[in-house]
Design a protein around this ligand. Structure first.
Ligand code: ZN
Length: 132
């Protein structure tokens, strides 16, 4: 693999490529990628990229639906949610539970119990609220 990369660099040694330029570096990585692909040694990298892609896809805030892949760990709540969104949604959930409790109380059923804080994800909750 080293040889393949070196071949690509050798090819480019004639041209006055400036490694300080972002475009030049992109061009070089593209050329190396193409060379590796054509020599059939690219799979290792493909997997890494796929893994990163999957990781990115799995790092999504359930509350706002935005990617949290690049969010600093300090700002992540439980799972892959934004801490901020979670705090916000916990307030919403508390409000919602209060609403339910009031309704239940009005109907004489006593207090309701919601087992999981994930019971009400943003959209479901909004739907329920709108149906009222
Ligand atoms: Zn969020």
């Amino acid at each position: 693999m080293k040889q393949i990369i070196k071949d690509v660099l050798d090819d480019m040694s004639e041209s006055q490529i400036n490694l300080g330029s972002e475009t030049a570096r992109k061009t070089i990585s593209n050329l190396i990628t193409v060379a590796l692909k054509s020599k059939g040694v690219y799979s290792e990298y493909g997997d890494t990229e796929l893994e990163e892609q999957r990781a990115r896809e799995s790092w999504v805030c359930e509350i706002c639906g935005e990617s949290t892949y690049e969010v600093e760990y300090d700002y992540i709540g439980s799972g892959t949610n934004h801490l901020g969104c979670e705090l916000k949604s916990q307030e919403d959930i508390d409000e919602y539970i209060e609403d339910i409790d009031e309704q239940a109380y009005a109907q004489g059923r006593g207090s309701s119990y919601i087992s999981s804080p994930h019971y009400s994800k943003g959209n479901e909750k909004r739907k329920i609220k709108n149906e009222k």
